[in-house]
Ligand binder design. Structure first.
Ligand SMILES: O=P(O)(O)O[C@H]1O[C@H](CO)[C@@H](O)[C@H]1O
Ligand SMILES: O=c1cc[nH]c(=O)[nH]1
Length: 237
């Protein structure tokens, strides 16, 4: 069933087997402009940009997910199910829940805890923790080591809510579930990968820290998180 309601490409071959997926369409464009050659754009529906190009001669795609689980739920499902994509590596920004994760640190999500109903509604899955694909995580850990980029390998929180009335709730989530940082997509991405028999990982860069109150600017969130990009780009084939 291609094209889909949200991806206009009429040819599966226009999309590589591995897709790097930032939330922000302009971060997708930044990755392409900074790192890729031989670029062809395969999607601009709703300004959710998707591109395929080569990184050091090897093929890879980059496509934005938009913000939140409903949005990444749609794009990752369509890529896995209708475009035969095998691997999606989300690269996102996150808010640290503990001073141990500092601004610009990179986190690989071992798994994601969420209070969301996404997985239950999507397939009846009742659990509240879903892991990333261990083999894909191992590859990313190896690439990070080869590049000399330190990473934290930890549980994260995937939240449906960016602005909570009770700001301090993060403390309980950190203590009770061991989540070191919060973002808004990984739980749904990991779930779709499991349901469809595909692979998913999530690399995050700490853009702000709820405990220390440090923050980066929106421009830095768009452009400056290059370490996680370099790790993910090593997945190019
Ligand atoms: O930087 P991205 O990938 O968009 O990720 C994080 O930033 C957005 C919130 O500002 C949410 O999408 C959250 O998951
Ligand atoms: O979802 C997010 C992303 C970055 N920072 C946050 O506090 N939350």
């Amino acid at each position: 069933m291609i094209p889909t309601p949200h991806i206009e490409s009429k040819n599966k071959d226009e999309i590589a087997k591995t897709v790097i997926m930032p939330g922000d369409p302009l971060r997708a464009k930044f990755i392409v402009d900074t790192f890729l050659a031989d670029v062809k754009q395969f999607n601009k529906v709703r300004n959710v940009f998707g591109y395929t190009g080569t990184y050091r001669g090897r093929r890879i795609s980059v496509m934005a997910s938009g913000m939140g689980m409903p949005s990444i739920g749609i794009y990752s499902y369509e890529l896995y199910k209708f475009y035969d994509v095998e691997n999606i590596v989300r690269i996102g920004s996150c808010g640290g829940y503990t001073p141990e994760v500092k601004l610009y640190d990179v986190i690989l999500a071992k798994d994601a805890w969420s209070e969301s109903s996404y997985a239950k509604v999507q397939s009846g899955y009742e659990g509240d923790i879903i892991e990333g694909t261990p083999e894909l995580n191992r590859s990313l850990i190896n690439y990070a080591n080869e590049l000399g980029i330190p990473i934290h390998i930890e549980r994260i929180h995937t939240s449906d809510v960016f602005y909570r009335e009770n700001f301090d709730e993060y403390k309980e989530i950190y203590e009770k579930y061991g989540c070191v940082a919060v973002e808004m997509e990984a739980f749904a991405l990991f779930h779709n990968a499991k349901v469809l028999g595909r692979n998913a990982s999530c690399l995050l860069t700490v853009s702000d820290n709820l405990a220390t109150k440090e923050i980066t600017t929106s421009e830095e969130r768009q452009n400056a998180f290059t370490n996680m990009m370099k790790i993910a780009l090593e997945m190019a084939e």
